[in-house]
Design a protein around this ligand. Sequence first.
Ligand code: XMP
Length: 519
Amino acid sequence: MSLDKKLDKILIIDFGSQFTQLIVRRIRELGVYSELVSHKKINSSQIKKNTKGIILSGGPLNVYQLKNNLFDSKILKLSIPVLGICFGHQIISKFNGGKIKQSKHREFGLANIIKKNKSLLIKNFFKTKRTKVWMSHADQVYKLPKNFKVIASSKNSKYAIVEGKFDKFFGVQFHPEVTHTENGKIIIRNFIFNICKIKKNWSAKNQKIKLIDEVKKQVGSNKVICALSGGVDSSVVAQLLNKAIGKKLYCIFVNTGLLRKNEEVQVIKTFRKKLKMNLTYINAEKKFLAKLKNVTDPEIKRKIIGNQFIKIFEKYSKKIKGAKFLAQGTLYPDLIESKSVTGSQTSKIKSHHNVGGLPKKMKLKLVEPLKYLFKDEVRKLGYELNLGKEIISRHPFPGPGLAIRMPGKITKEKINILKQADHYFIQALRKNNLYDKIWQAYAALLPVKTVGVMGDNRTYEYLCLLRAITSEDGMTADFYQFKKEFIQEISNKIVNSIRGINRVVYDVTSKPPSTIELE
Ligand code: XMP
């Protein structure tokens, strides 16, 4: 039986905001089960007793466009507390007799709000009389419904927080779910625990059970192919499927020749020997390097690698008779599509190069069990699935591998030099207990040679660039500030031990304006 039928929940009705998944995530973080549904797909009779609270998300529509087929306003007549966020706040006001209009001053970004009245919703939210919140709206409430009161106002939004009849309706014009809103999580916590009075009922274990359950339902008795890279995401997907369907899972690991040092050995050891999965190892090193010969353009490199993957997959998948699905470790921030996850109005998400062209050509249906999760949640899930720390805490590694850490031509000689430099760098981070403080670190080999002097002799060798960044999700990043001693130690190690490098530089740019990878 699926978990969701039994559990008390917070129902999130999605109107297409970019931030809806963040609401879901915040509630999960607070240890409560929630479900997300499109405003077009829910009516009041479908809402059962185990729904303890409803959140109406933001969205790009105008409230006066909300006809009956777009929102069943009877939902607001149920005796369940409702929190409206941004557009959701305007919906609550509109259907209770208030009025909405376009704001004179559209508000995007940080705004100060000032406390005007008490409410359970803002308990401990204001540390002083004012606080900073994140606004993103063009319309606003200009006439409150009867029996509603103002809880807080900003310069441009008189009704920044409101409370309605009998502690049932709450509206916030800003976005408490984004981290830019100071203490935004307190608003959500107050709503779910103090107002809806739901109890904690959600953990990584539940998440695991739910996802295994969903995967089983989706694939039935069919075979699934999984492209394993050895990185966190594909490892977690593979192990989740392994638990769900066991030997009906066929993993394939392709050695592109552009992997980190000893990566292929580790992957085979972990997945074939330790976790006893069906794992096919394909050494395509020669093919990849031949295709990449003399290629210098970053986008062409990526395309060649992507196409080569597709070819190998197509060939391999034909050998697995009855394979109907392809499992991918797509995460929520990777989703390119402009459609929101529930099929509500558009909510564009920054496009990312993680979701490849793999499936389109292959006529396999996709299994993407992690597509609503964020990286840190995937890591927690990985631990729950008994994947060890050495897999879960690994820094991200891009699909095109070392090819995009080697601007210019790719040669076997350069790959070997780079693998070794990267290995020393990562080893030094681990030895100095820095590895887990850094989100991603790597060595790159720049296509320039510089002059050096070693043992009274002139050298003319490559330049090695080290990059180490802190980040939450890879979307933005800052460089990590090492102590001089560490930089000195690793620079000496690389230059003294690797023939081919005589100079080391450290990348001190953030993202933006740079990206994490060089290409
Ligand atoms: P950028 O360079 O865009 O990288 O700042 C952000 C994060 O994404 C990783 N990355 C990739 N991952 N396939 C992947 O699976 C790719 O083509 C790819 N390109 C970049 C990068 O390592 C960083 O973590």
